[in-house]
Design a protein around this ligand. Structure first.
Ligand code: ADP
Ligand code: MG
Length: 354
């Protein structure tokens, strides 16, 4: 089931102020995929998800599931399964009763409900815990119960709002792989909300990057990483993060300070922001950029450097270079910039120029 959001807008208004939590969102979510809805806290992810779920009414715009306009349908008629960050299980019920609960309202016969609950529990890997109460389970197991409960109605769409945020690091990794597997096995169109770029990049077929209520970019994680639309997207994706240099375009040259790091055509002379990914440096004696190495960390195959450069917005940044390079703390080294790891942004708007 594909999903289309058409000019979707949510304005929260009270006497003092108006918040455009979701602003003119226009996206197509392809059928059968796992889509990561990614952005910083407060950017409108949950609001978007709850409008798709029917828990919040949009101020403007429409929501389609396939050809069905579901904008005015109540949640229970949309065919969605919803999972929250805090599991929201019924504490006095067993795992089995929790998973079966949605089927009671649908008057599914007891025998069939038991079978469907067991099937879903097996799918999410908790089939042998059916008689336990939620407090007898780990966080990861509780979240699996919540996912089984969301899936037992055989929804058209699965909506997950930061489902891993309450789990510790190891369980978070394990559970996210499980969610990916479950999504693959069921083929259910899934929207996975997270503020964690690494989580979104690793789990999603496509990501939608959001900021301040607006869609910034949609695409395959690697494509968005390699080809960001703007400075916000470039900065939001990637660890270590991209370094942003104050630079300029002058007579077709790209300059950082006095150093020419490349050539461009078709851009007028102007001040720009230049983004360089940490893996974007080639250390060589006649390199264009001077890097003042403060810290050297050997991380297996690579070396991670903390580097000072006065033209970097944050003054220091991280560069990842090959481990066969001989570099010491306190040393000045020269490096060229890989063109495909370097982006030029308009100073005022952050729009990508090149
Ligand atoms: N019920 C509400 N009333 C007023 N403002 C709200 C309400 N819910 C969310 N907001 C505001 O809308 C914006 C988006 O919130 P939300 O969708 O929860 O962000 P996210 O899930 O990305 O962290 C925030 O500025 C938030 O404060
Ligand atoms: Mg949220």
């Amino acid at each position: 089931m594909d999903i289309r959001l058409v000019n979707l807008t949510k304005i929260f208004a009270d006497k003092q102020a108006e918040v455009r939590a979701v602003d003119d969102f226009d996206v197509h979510i392809p059928s059968g995929k796992l889509i990561g809805l990614l952005g910083p806290s407060g950017c409108g992810k949950s609001t978007t998800l709850y409008m798709i779920a029917g828990l919040l009414q949009p101020t403007e715009g429409q929501i389609f599931f396939g050809d069905d306009d579901v904008t005015n349908l109540p949640p229970e008629e949309r065919g969605i399964g919803l999972v929250f960050q805090n599991y929201a299980l019924y504490p006095h019920m067993t795992v089995r009763q929790n998973i079966m609960f949605p089927l009671e309202n649908l008057n599914v016969p007891k025998k069939e409900a038991l079978e469907r609950a067991q099937k879903m529990a097996d799918l999410v890997g908790i089939g042998d815990l059916m008689n336990r109460k939620p407090k007898q389970l780990s966080g990861g197991q509780q979240q699996r119960v919540a996912i089984a409960r969301a899936l037992v109605k055989e929804p058209r769409v699965l909506l997950l709002d930061e489902p891993l945020s309450n789990l510790d690091a190891r369980l978070r990794l394990q559970t996210r792989e499980e969610i990916k597997r479950i999504q693959r096995e069921t083929g259910i169109t899934t929207i996975f909300v997270t503020h964690d770029q690494e989580e979104a990049m690793s789990i999603s077929d496509e990501i939608i990057v959001m900021d301040r209520g607006e869609e910034q970019q949609i695409g395959k994680p690697q494509d968005v990483y390699n080809n960001p639309n703007n400075e916000f997207v470039a900065k939001f994706l990637g660890t270590p993060p991209i370094a942003i240099f104050n630079g300029q375009i002058k007579d077709g040259n790209v300059l950082i300070g006095d150093e020419v790091i490349g050539q461009v055509s078709g851009l007028k002379d102007q001040q720009v922001n230049i983004g360089i990914r940490p893996e974007g440096y080639v250390v060589k004696n006649d390199g264009a950029l001077t890097l003042d190495v403060k810290i050297v960390e050997h991380i297996g195959r690579d070396i991670s450097l903390v580097v000072y450069n006065e033209n970097v917005v944050n003054k220091t940044f991280r560069a990842i270079v090959d481990s066969d390079i001989n570099v010491k703390e306190g040393q000045l080294i020269k490096a060229d910039v890989k063109p495909n790891k370097c982006y030029i942004f308009e100073k005022e708007t952050g729009k990508r120029l090149l």
